[in-house]
Unconditional design. Sequence first.
Length: 187
Amino acid sequence: MLVFLDFEASSLGKHSYPIEVAWVFADGRAESYLIRPAPDWSDWDEEAQAIHRIAPATLVEHGTPHGLVAARMVEQLGGHDLLASAPSWDGKWLSALLRAAGHPRHSLRVRRSDDAMRECACSILAPVLPGEALTAAVEAILAQSEGAMRGAAPEHRALPDAEAERARWLSVRDAARALAAASTKQG
């Protein structure tokens, strides 16, 4: 099943680490965790904190230990298709979390959510649209969904941002279904 994943982090620096994670399954089930840092995680950027609004003290006081979060992720997300809007960053923080908890860094892998959106639209429209028409329709649907999301600034909190990616995927799916139904009626 598709799973939309998002992390918030201590910074965008080389030694940054995950401080919050959330995931939302395609069916709407979701989980979110503040992550209590591993003992050797010390990188922190006040500018990043101003964006996500999570203080280090909050992580210590209310965060779930990093090892428990990693174990939960491996248990719940193994075998699923993990998607992120920025897989290079989210993959970096996922890898840091897994390694710090003693899991192989590739226990879970994340890929670009835009690829899954394109695949979804193509699978729905391929039976009713020929080659170039299919490509044009898929690109138009993706551009429309991206344009609709541009108006909404990310919250820079893991759960709302993961939910926004799922909502975009649902809008792509629904637009493709509507176009497929209209094309079938015309044909």
